[in-house]
Design a protein around this ligand. Structure first.
Ligand SMILES: Nc1ncnc2c1ncn2[C@@H]1O[C@H](COP(=O)(O)OP(=O)(O)OP(=O)(O)O)[C@@H](O)[C@H]1O
Length: 345
């Protein structure tokens, strides 16, 4: 694990108009904040180079395995993770390890990282900060895009819905086909970056491997089942969480099809902005957990639906509450390819 850094809390200084950020031997200027998560801040940064050489000749070029990940204008995204205890440190180390297993155009690559020790301002033990460097995608997440479109009373075309979805399937197939298979565990529109392309449907990239783990687990006792539910309640976003992670049997074989459930919810959300179960949160006495366990989908009301029935059937097929009967990623890809052919303009 690389751990060199030129100054304590340097990123804060940079944001406040001070110095630059170093990740190992490479230096970056913070341009602005792009977003934030639970314990993380994401910044747009620009690599600082000593001469005006091309991106390929920059310091980063020596580190990055695939030159197509280098940006022509040297801009990237840095995620700064605040780490307060050993458990959080292990989680970030796992995110870094897992990210390095993947190499796929629809999965966000980790280009470099460093973890540094920082002395807290008040008395106390030393803590850590992790800096993760990624390619930057400035058109926002699928969630940001859906919200903006809903505000304008617009919808993605059926063709774009399917092609965005098809790309997410391609990224997930890469993870599900590893030996052992990995589950993303937090597939949702907020974890998909979009990049608009002229004359083509947007590029969709799945990110945030903080919850990604080997997918297959044999649950053989009540305490193992409860442990899994507790882990899921912290790591898998509730409206997109599969039923077996809410109410796990004491004798259950969990596999990567937890992601297929989330994928079904995500297809619904590409069309209608929210998870198909989110309505339960707005109903008095409504229970998200019950709606999910019973697979009670609420389709938008109204006589004229913006999408063909086939897309609704496709969502329902993925939202099979019994995991053993739920389709696998190859089944989904076979089906989506047929729909893409049918509905592409
Ligand atoms: N590579 C990137 N390019 C552009 N924006 C990004 C990039 N990575 C992250 N972001 C922005 O930063 C936000 C937070 O990133 P991310 O989801 O990785 O953080 P997190 O702490 O894991 O979040 P959460 O707590 O929701 O899981 C994203 O929603 C997105 O808006």
């Amino acid at each position: 694990m690389g751990c060199s850094f030129s100054g304590l809390n340097a990123l804060y200084d940079a944001v406040n108009g001070g110095g630059d950020v170093w990740i190992n031997e490479n230096r970056f200027k913070v341009v602005r904040q792009l977003g934030e998560g639970g314990f993380a801040y994401v910044y747009l940064v620009k690599e600082v180079v000593s001469d005006s050489s091309s991106a390929l000749a920059s310091g980063l070029a020596k580190k990055v395995k695939d030159p197509s990940h280098l940006s022509d204008d040297r801009t990237y995204a840095i995620k700064k993770v605040l780490i307060q205890n050993n458990e959080q440190l292990d989680l970030v180390r796992e995110e870094i390890r897992v990210s390095s297993l993947f190499s796929h155009p629809n999965l966000l690559p980790l280009l470099d990282h460093s973890i540094i020790s920082v002395k807290p301002t008040q008395e106390g033990s030393w803590n850590h900060e992790a800096y993760l460097l990624f390619p930057v995608h400035l058109d926002g997440t699928l969630l940001d895009n859906s919200k903006a479109m809903t505000a304008r009373k617009e919808f993605f075309s059926a063709s774009d819905v399917l092609q965005i979805f098809r790309q997410l399937c391609a990224g997930l197939k890469h993870m599900h086909n590893l030996e052992p298979p990995y589950a993303h565990n937090d597939v949702k529109p907020g974890n998909v970056l979009l990049s608009h392309r002229k004359g083509k449907c947007p590029l969709a990239i799945l990110m945030d491997f903080g919850s990604t783990r080997p997918a297959r687990k044999q649950i053989r006792s009540r305490s193992e089942a409860l442990q899994l539910q507790e882990w899921a309640s912290e790591h898998c976003s509730a409206p997109f969480r599969a039923p077996e992670l809410w109410d796990c049997a004491s004798d259950a074989d969990i596999d990567e099809r937890t992601d297929i459930w989330s994928l079904g919810c995500t297809l619904f959300a590409i069309m209608y902005e929210v998870s198909p179960f989110e309505y339960a949160l707005g109903e008095s006495g409504g229970s998200l957990q019950l709606a999910i366990i019973n697979a009670q989908i609420k389709w938008p009301a109204g006589p004229k639906q913006p999408y063909p029935e086939e897309l609704h059937h496709f969502v329902t097929w993925m939202l099979q509450p019994q995991p053993a009967l739920r389709p696998r990623i190859d089944d989904i890809i076979y089906h989506v390819d047929k729909l893409v052919t049918k509905f592409s303009q």
